[in-house]
Write a protein that binds this ligand. Structure first.
Ligand SMILES: [Zn+2]
Length: 127
């Protein structure tokens, strides 16, 4: 199936547009002096400049490390990629800043089920 081809801002390889996530800057939610939140365009066609990314945590990390989103989206400020991190299930990478991880924990409190703790609690034997 041929379609428009875009370049992933992470690994810089070209891929069919339908295989890539489209990311836009949520300028409306931006606060001066704070990173500009990124937003996923889930096929709704958000207006404005978009950056394209494989739906993989590796590509997200590469893009963050290179500050590729800011470049692709023509932003002078830093970006807040917590939405993308939540979607792509990363957060274990040492390249991810602690700030972003804190942000992720705050915005997605249910990302990590508390089942492990429950099991530990249930398996504890009080003697
Ligand atoms: Zn990629």
């Amino acid at each position: 199936m041929a379609g428009p081809v875009r370049t992933c801002v992470g690994c810089r390889s070209r891929a069919c547009k339908s295989d890539l996530l489209r990311v836009v800057a949520d300028r409306g939610a931006a606060v001066a002096g704070r990173p500009v939140p990124l937003r996923l365009d889930d096929a709704v066609g958000l207006p404005g400049r978009g950056a394209h990314l494989h739906p993989r945590s590796e590509c997200l990390e590469l893009a963050l490390r290179r500050k590729a989103f800011a470049r692709a989206l023509k932003l002078s400020a830093a970006v807040d990629a917590s939405v993308l991190i939540a979607r792509l299930g990363s957060g274990s990478s040492p390249s991810m800043s602690a700030d972003v991880r804190v942000e992720l924990r705050q915005t997605v409190p249910s990302a990590r089920p508390a089942r492990a703790a429950d099991n530990k609690e249930a398996g504890r034997v009080d003697s």
